[in-house]
Each structure stands twice: as structure tokens, then as C-alpha cells.
Design a protein around this ligand. Structure first.
Ligand code: MN
Length: 742
């Protein structure tokens, strides 16, 4: 980088240009004295970063300016946040201290910067990102939401400018983004940001599919625009006639959401009908909003017939993240379903900027769903002994899910995630109510605890003082609150019982003349293969193990005194790493025997040569090779980045790899025959299994075959697609549904 020559004068001009654009974006919220504060922050940041450059070679200051611009323009944050965004990397990366910041800008700014710096481990490209870091980040969220909003702006800009990063860092950052940042953006109501983060992640984790869908969308663009025009023309006319001021337009759906639909429904791109949605944005007075939205709905459905199952009214009951809108799906020209979203300008701004816009409109926002949610996060974080990864899993479940509305017996409205059960509802009201719940009455009818609630249900909880939380409750509750309460209750109970086991063991050891101390207890624990002493004591108390076994332990202790200690898990991992690191480019070459490194192809995604892959070091099973788009890969990379190993295929034609194809078609005599002929005779591919299901003339089959590489597979797919009667051929990940653990 140092050898490059930079045009410093031109750069200076560009920096000032960008700074002025930032000021312009801040204008709507600027108050007296704000401008000089932003300028001051800019000057400090410029000076502090003056010798730093980004990976692309650009001056580093471009980054804080861009983050501040996103905060102001795309999230709608005010001056304090803009100042913090400009300074967000200063304490972390330069000699400026938090005290300096506090002296210059006061306590509030210093506190936010402190929050941003504390969680910077999350963004540090060199360290591994782990659940504990996520948890730290959520703690700051509970403190001051602006910290997380600025962090999201920071992440968005990094995702937008990731081209110069090495491939494995791109993958890791993209995985973190899809794993946590996009769901957070969603939960905070930042819909545009969420879509962009998802699309950018996909661009790096699944470049080919991303490009494929982008190209397809582009090919049909002109046709789609014509259709949209013919659809919205009549709506605009009538809206105008009835005196509405409105803008009506078609909006393409994100590539990521189209890809999700293709995967979920197992259909080809051509069959995804909702590639776009129509938006009607009304210019409406606050007091007329609801009536106006329904008038517009009436106009649309007079023109086009609505699908009764697809009406969503988030105007009467907004989503927990603040989203308000009226959605319907109607039958448009040429027999095509079209989604129509109706909202006012105020609602539209909330949908774009989420939290910040919400604050702007609500003087006191304590009654908003978002604040209730943040309160819930706070409560959750208080639970003392939840393991960080468990916590994250529980927490994540609640980030994306849709909500249902439930009434209490007194008619109060509560929001719960979709699929919530009667027991979730009980815990939602109060943890004691949940712990003692034995059943519920839903719309006056008696139901079990596990009963799944529907939107609009009225629920009364039935309790008993004899009831205590049970292990199997964890199988059906869905809210993070219920899960963590049940877990901590169970643990408490277990500890209480384990106390008895501990006493029993003490007495037994005395009689065997073994000293009762930590060392011996942990030896016994290992010998009997219990993960913790708590589990050991518990098993003794419940009679699961017989203390007579301890005689064998005593004997084995004597005979194994000379045994070599078991190898340490960490040194084992390091060993394999060093072995790989000593090779060319730190890369594991798959298919090369010379490396003498053991690896297995993972069965959750069945990678074949040509697939984009990485190695993952498991604790007990050596290195496993996964596809970068494996369903498990984001979780592995986001949480255990330090165990990821670069991997690449070497050319090898003689080996065969197992993969699966799902084939659909119209059943026709001899179709299977034609299919197997193409596979076995024309392509000389070995089949491991074939299952076919055909009913009412529709044919569906799954075939497991051995291929050489991706090209080989693609040629085969092409050939099968050409068989008359076949309508779709899709590669699938695994022949079993179970997901593989790390
Ligand atoms: Mn940054």
C-alpha cells in the first residue's frame, strides 16, 4: 500500500465534499450549535485517522463519514449520534482516549462511544466472533439503543465496501451479518437496511445464485414495468378522483427473499409470482389515517378481487417493531397474484427508519411495542446462569418471528411470537403464573399447556400450587422468556436434589477410605463419564448410578497410575491447525493425499468438487468439509470463526461424490425408465438410491447419485431437464433431515 502514490490534494477535496454531503443529510435535525459540534467531531476524527487507509487504499476518514451519513439519512438519527458515528473508531484505533472525548463532547457522547468500543470485538476482523460478544452487544442495546443503531450503520457500510477483503473474511463477516445483524435490523423496524444486509450477505456467501437471480430479474425488467403500469393506472385514477394525494409504485422484492421463496417452495425462478409488491403511500392527516387506508383498500379491491386469506391489518394493531401497514394480495391482469401494501407517509417513514422515526412521532413512546421488547431483552439478560450460546439461540428465535395478538380474560391485548403456546402466554404474564400453570382455557374451552394459540384467542390460565416446571416443557415453548425461566427453574431443582447425592457420596468415600476433595471428585466424574459434578451428584441422588461402582473406580485408579494423561482438547486443535498452516496459503487441499490431514465431507450438505467450501474443525471428529451455503455454515462461522479452515478442491476425476437431486414432473408411462437411462447409460453415473412418489399424474422423486464434480452434476441436470414431462430438477443438501452439530 505504501508504494502507491496518492493524489493528496484531490483527496482533500473529496473529503470536504463528503463532509458537506453529511451536513446536508443532518439538516432536518440540526439545532443551534449542532453544526459546530459536528464540525468539531469531524476535525478530531480527520486528524486522528490521518495516517490510516482502508483496505481499498482510500483515506480511512471516508468510513466514519459514511457511517455518520447512514445514521443521519437512512436511520434518521440526530446530532449526538452523528457525532458518535464520526468518532466511533477513534478510541479503538488511535491515541485519543475516552476522557478526551468526554472533555470535548460531554458524558452522553462518551458513554455511547464507550459502548461502541466495548463491543468492538464483534467487529474486529481478526478476532473470532462468539456468542459472548453478541451477548455483550445486546447488553449495550439494553443500555442505549443508539449504540446498536450506530453499530448497524457501521456494519452496513463495511458490508457495502467489502470487495477488498480476503475471501475468508468476507465469508465470516457475511455470516455474522445474516446471523445476527440482519435480524436485529428487522427487530428494530429497519426494513430497508435489513433487506440490503441480507442481499449483501448473499452476494458473498452465494455469489453464483445471487448473480443468477439478479440477471433473471433484469431480463424481465421491461416486461414487469409494463405490467405494473397497467396495474396501478386505474388505481391512481380513482384515488385522484376521490381527492387523495398519493404515490403509487411497484417495488421489486429483494434477491434474498426471492431466493428464500425458491428454496422453501422448491420451485424454479420462473414460478415465483411475487417478484414485486405495489405500494400505495397516502398523504394523510394523523386523525384520518386509518379511515384513508381502508378507503384505499376498498378502491383496490373494487378493481381487483382480493385473496381473503392474505389480508394483514397492521394499522389497527401495529407489529411489535412498530411497523404499520395494510397488506392484501389481489388477482391482477393475466391471472397473476399481486401484493398491495397500503400505508401513510408517516407509516412509510417508520417502515424505513424504524426506531428513530418511531421516537419522532410518539411523544412518549413507553407504550410502543418496541420499548416493551427492549424491556424484555433487559429482563432476559438478567437471568444469571444462561449459557451464552443457549441464550443467543433462544433470543434469535424471537428476532424474526411474526406476531400474534392474544387477549387476556379482562380484554387486554398481548403480543406473542407466532406458534406461541398457552404456556408461553402464562410466562409472558408472570413467571410464577408460568411455573404453576397446569392448563388453560382458550375461548372458554379447556386445552393443554402445549396448545398453540391463534391470532385473536382469549386465554385464561389455570394454575395449581402443586405444579413445578418440567423438562419436556422446553419441547414446545417458543418465547425466550419462557425458555430461560424454565431452564433456570429446572437447574435450581436439580441443584436441590443434587445436594442429597453429594452427601451420599461423601459417606461412601469415607467408607472406602478415599479422601473427599475436588481432585478425586473430578476423577470420579471423568471415570463415570458425567459432564459436570452437578450431573454426577444428581445421578447419585436419583439412584441412576449405583455407588458400588466406586470399587471398580478404586481398582482402576491403582492400575492406571502410569497411564499417559489424555491429550488436551485445545492442543489437539492447535496441532491440526499448525499442520494446515504450514501448507501453501494456509489452505487445506481436498483430495490431496500428500497433506496427510484427515478430513470428512460433511453429510449435512454433501459437498462435491467445484462447490465453494470451507473446513471446520470439530472437537471429536476431525475436520469436516462444508459448503459455504450449507444450512449450518452461518452458525458455525459466526460462532466458531477460529475453527474455520480455508479449503479448496484439487482436480480429481477418478473420485465420486454423493449428492441428491429432487425431480418433479408429470407422470407418464416410462418416465422413470427414461430417467434411469439418462443417468446410468448416457452419463454412466452410479445411483445409490431412488425414491419415487406419484399420485394423480404428478411425479416426485429423490435420487442419490455419485458424481465427479459440480460441472458433471450441472451437465446431468441439464440433460434430465430436457426429458419430456420433467418440470423441475433441483439439487438438495442432504438425504436426512437431521442437522449436524458442531
Ligand atoms: Mn467502523
Amino acid at each position: 500500500m505504501n508504494e502507491l502514490v496518492f493524489d493528496l490534494e484531490a483527496e482533500k477535496k473529496e473529503i470536504l465534499k463528503r463532509y458537506r454531503a453529511l451536513l446536508k443529510a443532518c439538516k432536518p435535525t440540526l439545532q443551534k450549535g449542532d453544526k459546530s459540534m459536528v464540525r468539531h467531531a469531524f476535525d478530531i476524527s480527520l486528524e486522528a485517522h490521518k495516517d490510516m487507509r482502508r483496505k481499498s487504499g482510500e483515506p480511512y476518514i471516508y468510513h466514519p463519514i459514511a457511517v455518520a451519513q447512514i445514521a443521519a439519512e437512512e436511520i434518521g438519527l440526530g446530532t449526538t449520534s452523528v457525532v458518535c458515528a464520526l468518532l466511533h473508531d477513534v478510541v479503538e484505533d488511535t491515541s485519543i482516549t475516552l476522557e478526551d472525548i468526554e472533555n470535548e463532547f460531554g458524558k452522553k457522547v462518551a458513554k455511547i462511544i464507550d459502548g461502541l468500543t466495548k463491543i468492538s470485538g464483534v467487529l474486529d476482523y481478526n478476532s473470532s466472533l462468539q456468542a459472548e460478544n453478541f451477548r455483550k452487544m445486546l447488553l449495550t442495546l439494553a443500555d442505549d439503543v443508539r449504540v446498536i443503531l450506530i453499530k448497524l450503520a457501521d456494519r452496513l457500510h463495511n458490508m457495502r465496501t467489502m470487495d477488498y477483503m480476503p475471501r475468508e473474511k468476507q465469508l465470516k463477516i457475511a455470516s455474522e451479518t445474516i446471523y445476527l445483524y440482519a435480524p436485529l435490523a428487522h427487530r428494530l423496524g429497519l426494513y430497508s437496511m435489513k433487506s440490503e444486509l441480507e442481499d449483501l450477505s448473499m452476494k458473498y456467501t452465494e455469489p453464483e445464485t445471487y448473480k443468477f437471480i439478479a440477471r433473471k430479474l433484469n431480463e424481465k425488467k421491461a416486461e414487469r414495468e409494463l405490467y405494473i403500469q397497467s396495474f396501478i393506472g386505474p388505481i391512481e385514477d380513482i384515488l385522484r378522483e376521490q381527492g387523495f394525494k398519493a404515490s403509487v409504485y411497484g417495488r421489486p422484492k429483494s434477491i434474498h427473499s426471492i431466493w428464500n421463496k425458491i428454496k422453501k417452495k422448491g420451485i424454479p425462478f420462473e414460478e415465483v409470482y411475487d417478484l414485486f409488491a405495489i405500494r400505495i403511500i397516502l398523504d394523510s392527516k394523523l386523525e384520518n389515517e386509518k379511515a384513508d387506508c381502508w378507503k384505499a383498500y376498498s378502491i383496490v379491491t373494487d378493481l381487483y378481487r382480493p385473496n381473503p386469506d392474505r389480508l394483514r391489518d397492521w394499522v389497527s394493531s401495529p407489529k411489535a417493531n412498530g411497523y404499520e401497514s395494510l397488506h392484501t394480495t389481489v388477482m391482477g391482469p393475466k391471472g397473476q397474484w399481486v401484493e398491495v401494501q397500503i400505508r401513510t407517509q408517516r407509516m412509510n417513514e417508520i417502515a424505513k427508519k424504524g426506531f428513530a422515526a418511531h421516537w419522532k412521532y410518539k411523544e412518549s413512546s413507553s407504550d410502543s411495542g418496541l420499548d416493551q421488547w427492549i424491556q424484555k431483552v433487559r429482563d432476559l439478560l438478567k437471568s444469571p446462569d444462561s449459557n451464552a450460546l443457549d441464550f443467543l439461540d433462544d433470543f434469535k428465535m424471537n428476532l424474526f418471528s411474526d406476531e400474534i395478538f392474544i387477549f387476556t380474560p379482562k380484554g387486554e391485548l398481548m403480543q406473542l411470537p407466532a406458534n406461541a403456546t398457552a404456556l408461553d402466554f402464562a410466562f409472558e404474564i408472570h413467571s410464577d403464573l408460568g411455573a404453576r400453570c397446569i392448563g388453560a382455557k382458550v375461548n372458554h374451552k379447556l386445552v393443554p399447556l402445549s396448545h398453540k394459540l391463534q391470532n385473536g384467542d382469549q386465554v385464561e390460565i389455570i394454575t395449581s400450587t402443586k405444579q413445578t416446571p418440567k423438562e419436556d416443557w422446553l419441547n414446545f415453548v417458543v418465547t425466550a422468556k419462557a425458555r430461560s425461566k424454565i431452564k433456570s427453574n429446572l437447574k435450581e431443582e436439580k441443584r436441590r436434589i443434587a445436594e442429597n447425592g453429594k452427601e451420599l457420596l461423601e459417606r461412601k468415600l469415607k467408607s472406602l477410605k478415599i479422601t473427599y476433595n475436588t481432585e478425586n471428585i473430578s476423577k470420579i466424574c471423568n471415570y463415570l463419564k458425567f459432564p459436570s459434578t452437578l450431573d454426577l451428584f444428581f445421578a447419585i441422588a436419583t439412584g441412576e448410578i449405583d455407588l458400588k461402582n466406586l470399587k471398580d473406580f478404586q481398582a482402576s485408579e491403582k492400575s492406571s497410575e502410569n497411564k499417559v494423561p489424555e491429550r488436551n482438547e485445545n492442543s489437539h486443535i492447535e496441532g491440526i491447525f499448525n499442520k494446515v498452516k504450514s501448507k501453501d496459503n494456509d489452505t487445506l487441499l481436498i483430495g490431496e493425499d500428500l497433506q496427510k490431514i484427515d478430513y470428512k465431507l460433511s453429510s449435512c450438505c454433501n459437498p462435491i468438487p467445484g462447490d465453494d467450501v470451507f473446513g471446520f474443525l470439530t472437537i471429536n471428529d476431525g475436520i469436516k468439509i462444508h459448503r459455504t451455503n450449507c444450512p449450518n455454515s452461518t452458525k458455525l462461522m459466526a460462532n466458531y470463526g477460529y475453527r474455520v479452515i480455508k479449503a479448496k478442491w484439487t482436480s480429481q476425476k477418478e473420485l465420486a461424490f454423493l449428492t441428491g437431486l429432487r425431480i418433479k414432473g408429470i407422470d407418464d408411462l416410462g418416465l422413470i425408465n427414461k430417467l434411469t437411462t439418462v443417468i446410468s447409460n448416457d452419463f454412466k453415473v452410479n445411483m445409490r438410491s431412488i425414491t419415487v412418489d406419484s399420485s394423480d399424474g404428478i411425479f416426485e422423486g429423490s435420487i442419490m447419485i455419485y458424481v465427479n464434480d459440480k460441472q458433471h452434476l450441472e451437465d446431468l441436470i441439464k440433460k434430465i431437464t430436457q426429458i419430456k414431462g420433467i418440470t423441475s430438477v433441483v439439487r438438495f443438501d442432504s438425504d436426512k433431515k437431521t442437522q449436524q452439530g458442531a
